[in-house]
Design a protein around this ligand. Structure first.
Ligand code: AMP
Length: 329
């Protein structure tokens, strides 16, 4: 049995990227492994969320996890800030994380470019907090999307460094969990990049059928192929990438052939894609709406999850303290 850890920031509703990149893989293996799933509300602080919205956001993501299929009776589902041990491990790991390597992280460089007015220390040390989340339970496997590959590499580096410095074999090498098919990146419908919470290009698990149809029909395309078997432009390739994830293989094959023979009608492609997304999202959305209104259930899940997560975290942090030389008087 392996230990699996995964988390999602509480900065907004879950989208198809979160679901297909991380959540679905976690759900697939949750019954055969020791699994921890958390809502990263400390991580969300880098963008200074409105305190009036913080709790509501956590609540939404919690019901979305549950609606998508995380089973709190087997997996440990918890809120990051309910487990303060993570902040201690973060502090301890920070002592062996170097500013140069943190500054070279591509997500940090990207944030500096996009939000030059808010380059805070939390942003710089984001990969250390992420490493603390993962190492807190000594995770063997981490279901993540392709965008997190570098952060996970850093987690392994911090773990190895800790083991080397203190001469122990304590932290494992936490590996991404991709079921052998490679890590995936779900693109946005705006023609480039990845689907994200703040990019305004997401299809959310909570979206109505009408919203999904509207968003997909507005997806960026091009003027259509001019010669048989021509290379796809990025926006069209993105639509096909999403289709490969949500649609049946023969549907993908049908539209690929239409594209290759220059007979494709993008309107038909989008209509089919919208219906296939709806078929996957609608049942999840119904469960989310049901769970969201059940306060008693949500608080029971959070309470029990925090207890289980704290027990695991406390064990790790006290062992780390001992390894580092802290002793009780
Ligand atoms: P975030 O929404 O940035 O907190 O990401 C939470 C999880 O979802 C991480 O494991 C990410 O790798 C994954 N994820 C986010 N966006 C995408 C995407 N567009 N494609 C694949 N995985 C994603």
């Amino acid at each position: 049995m392996e230990t699996v850890v995964s988390g999602i920031r509480s900065t907004g509703n879950l989208h198809l990227g979160n679901y297909f990149g991380a959540l679905r893989n976690f759900i697939r293996i949750q019954h055969e492994n020791r699994c921890f799933f958390f809502i990263a509300d400390y991580h969300s602080l880098t963008t200074h969320p409105d305190p009036k919205l913080l709790h509501e956001n956590v609540r939404n993501v919690l019901s979305e996890y549950l609606g998508a299929g995380v089973d709190p009776d087997t997996a440990t589902l918890y809120i990051q800030s309910d487990v303060p041990q993570v902040t201690e491990l973060y502090l301890l790991l920070n002592m062996h994380a170097y500013v140069g390597e943190l500054e070279r992280t591509s997500s940090f460089k990207d944030k500096v470019r996009k939000h030059a007015d808010n380059v805070n220390a939390g942003l710089l040390t984001y990969p250390v907090l992420m490493a603390a989340d993962i190492l807190l339970h000594k995770a063997d496997k981490v279901p993540v999307g392709k965008d997190q590959e570098q952060h996970l590499e850093m987690t392994r580096r911090f773990a190895r460094r800790f083991n080397n410095i203190y001469g122990v074999e304590y932290f494992p090498e936490s590996m991404p969990c991709d079921f052998g098919s490679g890590l995936i990146k779900v693109p946005g419908l705006d023609g480039n990049g990845k689907m994200g919470k703040s990019e305004g290009n997401g299809i959310f698990l909570i979206d109505s059928d009408k919203d999904i149809r509207k968003k997909v029909m507005r997806a960026v395309t091009d003027e259509g192929p001019k010669t048989p078997n021509s290379e796809m432009s990025e926006p069209v390739a993105n639509i096909f990438s999403i289709m490969k994830i949500v649609s049946a293989p023969d549907t993908v094959e049908y539209f690929t052939e239409k594209y290759n023979s220059c007979e494709i009608r993008y309107g038909d492609l989008k209509k089919q894609l919208a219906e296939d997304i709806i078929a996957c999202v609608a049942p999840i959305r119904e469960r989310i709406l049901e769970i969201r209104s059940n306060d008693a259930y949500l608080s029971k899940v959070v309470r029990e999850g925090a207890e289980k997560a704290r027990a695991s975290a406390e064990k790790t942090v006290s062992e780390v303290r001992e390894i580092m030389g802290f002793k009780k008087f």
